[in-house]
Design a protein around this ligand. Structure first.
Ligand code: ADP
Length: 719
């Protein structure tokens, strides 16, 4: 056996010893403080289950390791890492369709382990353990006399295995090769457009989600919200978009350093369309930016690096949380109670010139760290380099941390982020599924990557449109020989998320679904304080209670005031019409001004045209790959902000914008219905009229653009 394998075994034993110690600590705690976390007995049971499952199910699919040396990237410099597109995951909408043979081989083996009752044995047991009130898995009860829900899995790609398990558990009907007649649900591996011919049913991807979640677009969407609500959106690190903000970035950092020479901020540079850590590097000076690649200027986001993350066992880790956007209109968001924590494999030190390139110290990506000699594949959910989030919460709760508050902050982060994305998603939606035309409705599971700072504040790193749903990993079983083996931790988390997403999208349930759960409570009640059963959401008696928890509309009262840009988008959509376009032409813009009565003697229609041309031209330069001409939503929002600031002398941009919205909505209300596009299934163009005037905090003095640069790197020093 290789040294590497020996080392992994020893570390595994050490980590288990540490875990037992932590478990002993936790047993001293009062039950109330860790209500959400499975008892240690569950961990032990899980460990046993996992162990037996991994032994009994090791897949025979092997490949010899021709590229063995290339894979040894331990200690490799950040900048040296060539894109090692592992086929473990399929992040950010990039199709990483893995070796089909491997998938097929795996499936064969999975069939082999299907138990007599038609359920996948260990997965089911593990998933039952996770969900707190264990429903009895009795297949005979599940099959009520109604037509089985049909699922087209022909485009599922790497999520296929977890999807198959879920469908089997639900006793639904799978169509692996597609179906001539319509299915109830279409499961796509990458994008809404994986299958272009869907006219009904529900698709598990929204049009435009991949585009919206590219690093630059996400940064833009959050920044728009930061301009309106700087305090509410301070969970996203300060970011600059390259190349357009290179000068701004350089000058702001120079000013910052001049003002305080003790400051040593670090920045992380992320290529726009990258994923899995590809092309990411750390810098301490703008001069170190690699702006050009070949003859091309690189599109990237440069972001403040969070220097003081929370550590466990001296290692940095991040959290992958699964979030279901069940519908855009009305907005419905669910969060999975369980997630994954991905650990670095080299002890963390604050960035210094010496360690900037230590990828295994600074980046938590599984796809990178799996190549470190220190990576620990564990058959337990609470040890190793990939663990369940609940086991991490359990560890930190044992240190006296208020995990209710941590969850509540995470829920707020998720809701606010989705609120930032919704306006543009609605534009994509209308372009792809115009109102009045046949088409499916959409839902989507997103992967939120969150870092906890040392002071426990969650920070959003990114959102993945296509979080990996793989439930197996590649493992070197002897030198040069790799096998696909089940990953109990992935299986436990991901099968639950997919199965319960399907349950929520069950067409029969959807009809009955009442979105009246807006009574409130606070986000702190949502996940941590479990009563054990949730009848409203326990859709099927014979399955465990849902592992997905509704957070919106549940917390409408707390967050609806943030939905200001959605109201601007509703006006934009109204003048865009329903012709499948995403850009507003000059005539549409003029009509908007005229219908909202925004021009007057001091703002003539000629000025309107100049405004349109100026802003549209500038945005065309910033969105070079855009095919359509005209004014994008982002450009329209900028024009709207400009008009608001011009017309109202209120101090805050947010107040100005709200006043202008009132003017526009008031003017449009009186106009004939025939001018308005007809509302469509999941996306009426009318604003859902969130009452933005109920904002609790209209106190901030300055608009974000005018604020001096302050980085949390500095705030961190106080932690
Ligand atoms: P990718 O899509 O390539 O995975 P991410 O934005 O998720 O890109 O960044 C990769 C990793 O880098 C994260 O998992 C995290 O460990 C680290 N990271 C990203 N942004 C920051 C940040 N602002 N501060 C500290 N660490 C970060």
């Amino acid at each position: 056996m290789s040294d590497h394998y020996e080392r992994v075994k020893i570390e595994l034993q050490q980590m288990k010893a540490v875990e037992s110690e932590a478990a002993a600590d936790v047993e001293q705690l009062s039950p109330a403080s860790v209500t959400s976390v499975p008892a240690e007995v569950s961990f032990a049971a899980r460990r046993d289950l996992s162990r037996s499952s991994i032994n009994g199910r090791s897949r025979s699919k092997s490949r010899s390791k021709a590229d063995g040396h290339e894979r040894q990237v331990n200690g490799k410099q950040l900048s040296d890492l060539t894109p090692q597109k592992s086929d473990y995951s399929q992040e950010k909408g990039q199709s990483r369709v893995s070796n089909e043979q491997n998938v097929k081989g795996t499936l064969r083996l999975l069939k082999g382990k299907t138990a007599a009752n038609g359920h996948v044995e260990s997965c089911q047991r593990q998933t039952d353990l996770k969900c707190e009130d264990h429903g009895k898995e009795d297949g005979s009860k599940v099959a009520k006399k109604r037509r089985a829900v049909t699922v087209d899995t022909s485009k599922a790609k790497t999520s296929l295995e977890a999807l198959k398990m879920s469908i089997r558990q639900l006793k639904w009907k799978e169509f692996p090769m597609g179906r001539r007649t319509a299915c109830d649900i279409y499961w796509h591996g990458v994008s809404f457009h994986d299958n272009e011919n869907i006219v009904s049913g529900q698709v598990n991807k929204f049009p435009g989600m991949i585009e919206m979640l590219r690093k630059i677009n996400l940064s833009r969407a959050v920044r728009t919200m930061q301009e309106l609500f700087p305090e509410e959106y301070n969970f996203y690190p300060r970011s600059w978009i390259l190349p357009e903000e290179y000068q701004l970035f350089s000058s702001q950092i120079r000013l910052l350093k001049d003002s305080d020479s003790t400051l040593k901020p670090t920045f992380i540079v992320k290529p726009d369309s990258g994923s899995q850590g590809d092309g990411i590097y750390l810098i301490r000076d703008p001069a170190d930016l690699r702006v050009i690649s070949g003859s091309q200027i690189k599109q990237a986001v440069v972001q403040e690096y969070i220097q003081k993350p929370l550590l466990i066992d001296k290692l940095k880790f991040d959290i992958r949380l699964y979030v279901l956007v069940r519908s855009l209109e009305p907005l419905e968001i669910y969060i999975a109670k369980e997630g994954l924590s991905r650990f670095c494999t080299e002890p963390y030190q604050e960035p210094s010139q010496k360690n900037l390139s230590h990828v295994f110290m600074h980046l938590t990506n599984y796809s990178l760290n799996v190549h470190s000699g220190n990576f620990v594949h564990s058959d337990s959910c609470s040890t190793g380099s990939k663990r369940t989030f609940s086991s991490v919460l359990y560890r930190i709760a044992s240190k006296g941390v208020d995990i209710k508050k941590v969850w509540s902050d995470i829920i707020a982060l998720v809701i606010k982020t989705v609120i930032a994305l919704v306006p543009e998603l609605k534009v994509y939606y209308q372009a792809d599924i115009p109102p009045g035309k046949p088409g499916p409705t959409c839902f989507q599971i997103l992967g939120f990557d969150i870092l906890l700072m040392k002071n426990l504040k969650p920070v959003l790193l990114e959102v993945n449109a296509n979080p990996s749903m793989r439930i197996e990993h590649e493992q070197e079983v002897s030198p040069g020989v790799y096998e696909y083996v089940p990953s109990p931790v992935d299986e436990e988390v991901k099968v639950g998320v997919i199965r319960d997403t399907l349950r929520l999208m069950d067409p029969a349930q959807r009809k009955q679904h009442v979105t009246s759960n807006t009574e409130g409570g606070s986000p702190e009640d949502a996940i941590v304080v479990e009563t054990g059963s949730d009848e409203k959401e326990s859709l099927t008696d014979s399955l465990p209670s849902l592992c997905l928890k509704q957070v919106f509309p549940k917390y409408t009262k707390q967050f609806n005031y943030l939905r200001v840009v959605e109201r601007i988008a509703a006006i934009f959509l109204r003048f865009l019409g329903v012709k499948g376009t995403m850009r507003l032409g000059p005539t549409g813009f003029r009509t908007f001004i005229r219908n909202c009565k925004l021009s007057n003697s001091s703002f003539s229609m000629a000025s309107v045209d100049i405004l349109y041309i100026d802003i549209t031209r500038r945005w065309a330069g910033m969105l070079p790959d855009s095919r359509e001409a005209g004014m994008s939503l982002q450009a329209f929002i900028e024009a709207f902000f400009y008009l608001a600031a011009r017309r109202f002398k209120a101090v805050l941009l947010r107040e100005q914008v709200l006043l202008l919205l009132e003017v526009c909505e008031g003017a449009l209300e009186g106009q004939s219905h025939s001018e308005k596009p007809r509302p469509h299934r999941s996306h009426p163009t009318q604003p859902s009229a969130p009452n933005a005037f109920s904002s609790p905090a209209l106190t901030r003095r300055h608009h974000l653009r005018h604020q001096p640069l302050q980085l949390s790197a500095k705030a961190n020093t106080e932690n």
